[in-house]
Design a binder for this molecule. Structure first.
Ligand SMILES: N[C@@H](CCC(=O)N[C@@H](CS)C(=O)NCC(=O)O)C(=O)O
Length: 330
């Protein structure tokens, strides 16, 4: 995990945040919001008015949190409004870097940085904290607006409607409480649960995370065998937040993170649901399994010292699904 202290990079894996062998994720620090008129959002400072061509996303195709932002950008048809650069999937000691030699990866076309931590230093010369993707960058003020995916997807959902698909709303007002509740459950046990399982450094911490993960997947399996989506018949951001973990699960989390009680392929409702979401227009192009596998198997040598990337599994996410038997609302 790359950490900066007063603008300087500290190398090494930092386990100070781990209690009793448990992995604890740190809070993101840049928390301003892009809004239609530049007024301040729920956090941070104002002055970030939505405009085409002004904002830029830095992502990794491997990262499930960054993947959410690519999905919302695609769904809201913001490809021409918000530009994107993609880091190289190998995250080494100095953290994420830009190197277009890996297919699908790009240079940093906005700031010309070689490493992601240089970008954090540009935004804040004395930055202290971890260096993560995704990052929403403002070309005009030359700073990071926000590096918390849960907030970036909300901005993409509503702030750019003058240019994007204003009809599509993945966080509708009447469903917000229900979405927030399921998000909290999925985040704790599944999205972050796979990391808590894989990064546990004691058997007890691993067992706790593993049990919570599969208990949660069992619960979601029951829910999805009664209804089309997490929140009834309406597709919402909650589904996309679950999707980015499900689509990595059999390829990476089962083996690399020892999340191996079952594969997603073994859950009838979850596996059909995963295929439905994968086949939603535009989504398959946001899924890059080469980056996903290359990233995880290379970037955590304490889990996989040989850095060998396994050949399988053979996934057929484009195969037919049975979800049309449940009603869906537009
Ligand atoms: N809370 C953040 C988490 C993002 C995050 O943890 N990203 C990982 C990649 S999957 C990262 O960049 N890690 C950098 C590191 O571990 O050094 C968000 O959801 O935006």
């Amino acid at each position: 995990m790359s950490l900066m202290v007063n603008g300087e990079l500290r190398e090494g894996w930092f386990d100070s945040e781990q209690e009793d062998g448990e992995f604890v994720r740190r809070e993101s620090q840049f928390r301003s919001w892009v809004t239609p008129d530049g007024s301040p959002g729920p956090g941070g400072e104002g002055g970030f008015r939505a405009e085409p061509g002004r904002y830029h996303l830095y992502v990794s195709y491997a990262c499930p949190w960054a993947h959410r932002t690519l999905i919302l950008r695609r769904l809201k048809r913001l490809d021409a409004v918000i530009s994107v650069d993609v880091v190289h999937p190998h995250m080494g000691e100095p953290g994420w870097h830009f190197d277009a030699s890996f297919p699908g990866a790009t240079a940093d076309t906005v700031n010309g940085c070689d490493y992601m931590h240089e970008l954090y230093r540009l935004a804040q010369p004395d930055y202290t904290g971890i260096v993560t993707v995704p990052v929403l960058w403002d070309r005009e003020r030359r700073t990071i607006v926000n590096n918390e995916s849960a907030e970036i997807i909300r901005m993409l959902n509503s702030a750019f409607d003058a240019w994007g698909d204003a009809q599509l709303d993945m966080y509708p007002v009447g469903l917000r409480d229900e979405i927030d509740a399921i998000n909290a459950f999925v985040y704790e046990n599944i999205n972050n649960g796979v990391y808590r399982t894989g990064f546990a450094t004691s058997q007890a911490a691993y067992d706790r995370a593993f049990d919570a993960l599969f208990a949660a997947l069992d619960e979601i399996e029951v829910r999805l065998s009664r209804q089309r989506y997490l929140v009834g018949g309406r597709l919402t951001e909650a589904d996309w937040r679950l999707f980015t973990t499900l689509v990595r699960f059999d390829a990476v989390y089962v083996g690399h993170f020892k999340c191996n009680r079952n594969r997603i392929a073994d859950f009838p409702a979850l596996s059909n649901y995963l295929r439905e979401l994968y086949q939603y227009p535009g989504i398959a192009q946001t899924v890059n399994l080469e980056h996903i596998k290359a990233h995880y198997y290379w970037s955590h040598p304490w889990l996989n010292p040989s850095r060998i990337v396994p050949g399988g599994p053979r996934l057929d996410l484009a195969a037919a699904h049975d979800r049309d038997r449940y009603p869906a609302q537009p």
